[in-house]
Design a protein around this ligand. Structure first.
Ligand code: SAM
Ligand code: SF4
Length: 438
């Protein structure tokens, strides 16, 4: 909400967390005579100061004539010595360089949406850096390194600004307990494929990976309920598979997930079935030549592995189709196959196709391909209603593909509405580095 003071001071608080002993707020503020400070007061007592001057090009575009509008972002944060009382009067105060002030009341919020994400989930990068989730491109979201002797203290003290579809990260309060639902572990990037779209650039990775004992230590300290392991391709990494199997034996109640391209020999199926509770198989095209040009691998081998794993039936199988510019038109073929197998989950995730393609050409080529794909995908889903009805299969579709494939047009249907969901509601569906969901 925009707050203003006769156009002298304008401000907007994008997020404010006032919970127990945690105060954290960020947004932007501009003033005709320039902003001097942004602070938080509780019953007139200063409880949190912060920084002013973060880049806000979005604000500058709308208010270019205000001084400093280009760098008008603020971030105020504090961990207090004692809890705020529920009836405390909390104010965010903007003070200008000529000492004019504007007070914005902040409410206590106890919604679950605000949470210390790093107390519940984390992503361990192949280089050993630990992040609160899979957003690994931001240096300010590095908590520390798995080999740091004080890594637990670093986790306790960590805080940064971050929001996703599901949560807004906040500082941990003294009352917060670490309870790890999920740790996502990226091990060696060694891979049997040469995927053109690989989000971790595994094909050009030549380093050596040896962080197994550090991983064992962190698992021992944090005791997550679920871990996901990925590479590179774990099914060709003996040490990574041995480590995972040994963790499974040591912690039989822990859920262990594997992310794989599934292009593996049939002989490994019994081991995979025994070691993992859930296996997510990425499929990068559904015609042999498309798949081969993208990955360098044989589609038939991947499909046979997936079918055999589902036939064995012990671990849950998720079939994930990553849409790229050269496989989008084959989504319906993938869906026909996946809906015949009815695994635990069928996932459609986008690889940010918009960055590769050119819409708006005179012949509207891409729009026509998308429209035809949408029609064939909708037909496939409608035809699968009867099979889906009594199955436990969920179809998870990310927001880009939902829009592109007109999925909202289908979810009014009782059966499809029940079986089609989004990654935000099924948080362990998209687990790659950079997906921004975990
Ligand atoms: C890098 S892969 C490693 C695991 C395994 N080799 C595989 O391909 O599934 C981890 C995850 O990233 C996803 N992924 C690969 N390339 C991607 C891209 N360009 N954009 C988004 N996700 C991608 C995969 O589908 C997979 O779920
Ligand atoms: S199989 Fe996975 S890790 Fe290997 S190149 Fe493809 S996306 Fe990257």
């Amino acid at each position: 909400m925009l707050n203003h003071n006769s156009e002298q001071i304008l401000s907007c608080c994008d997020s404010a967390v006032i919970m127990d002993d945690v105060v954290e707020a960020y947004g932007w503020a501009i003033a005709r005579d320039g902003v001097r400070s942004v602070e938080v007061f509780s019953d007139s007592k200063l409880i949190a100061g912060g920084s002013y001057g973060g880049a806000r090009m979005d604000v500058h575009k709308v208010y270019p004539d205000y001084p400093d509008s280009i760098d008008c972002g603020y971030y105020v944060s504090a961990l207090l010595d004692k809890k705020l009382s529920d009836d405390a009067n909390i104010i965010l105060r903007i003070t200008t360089k000529t000492s004019q002030t504007m007070d914005i009341p902040l409410k206590h919020n106890k919604e679950l949406r605000y949470r210390p994400c790093h107390f519940h989930e984390m992503f361990i990068h192949s280089d050993g850096h630990i992040h609160p989730c899979c957003v690994t491109l931001r240096d300010d979201l590095i908590i520390g390194h798995i080999n740091d002797v004080d890594i637990i203290e670093k986790i306790d003290a960590f805080h940064a600004r971050c929001s996703c579809d599901s949560f807004t990260l906040r500082r941990a309060s003294r009352d917060d307990k670490k309870r790890y639902f999920f740790i996502n572990i990226e091990m060696s990037l060694l891979c049997n494929a040469k995927c053109a779209q690989c989000s971790v650039d595994a094909p050009s990775w030549h380093a050596k990976y040896d962080l197994y004992s550090s991983l064992t230590r962190i698992i021992e300290q944090l005791r997550p309920m679920t871990i996901a392991v990925q590479g590179g391709e774990l099914l060709i990494q003996k040490k990574s598979l041995d480590w995972t199997a040994q963790i499974g034996r040591r912690y039989p109640d822990m859920d262990i997930m594997l992310l794989t391209n599934g292009c593996a020999d049939m002989g490994i199926v019994p081991f995979v079935n025994e070691t993992f509770d859930r296996v997510v198989i990425s499929i990068y095209g559904f015609q042999p030549e498309t798949y081969k040009k993208t990955t360098g691998l044989e589609l038939s081998k991947t499909l046979s592995f997936a079918e055999e794993l589902i036939r064995h039936g012990k671990c849950k199988v998720n079939l994930k189709y990553l849409t790229t510019p050269i496989n989008l038109h084959e989504v319906n073929l993938f869906l026909r196959w996946a809906l015949w197998l009815l695994p635990e989950r069928i996932i459609l995730a986008d690889s940010n196709i918009a960055q590769y393609i050119n819409t708006g050409t005179p012949d509207r080529f891409w729009e026509k391909i998308e429209e035809r794909t949408k029609q064939s995908v909708q037909d496939e889903l409608r035809n699968a209603r009867a099979a889906l009805k009594d199955s436990g299969c969920t179809i998870v579709i990310d927001s880009v593909n939902r829009k592109r494939l007109g999925i909202e047009e289908l979810t009014g249907d009782e059966v499809l509405g029940k079986h089609i969901t989004s990654p935000a509601k099924s948080r362990t569906a998209l687990l790659g580095r950079g997906t921004g969901l975990m």
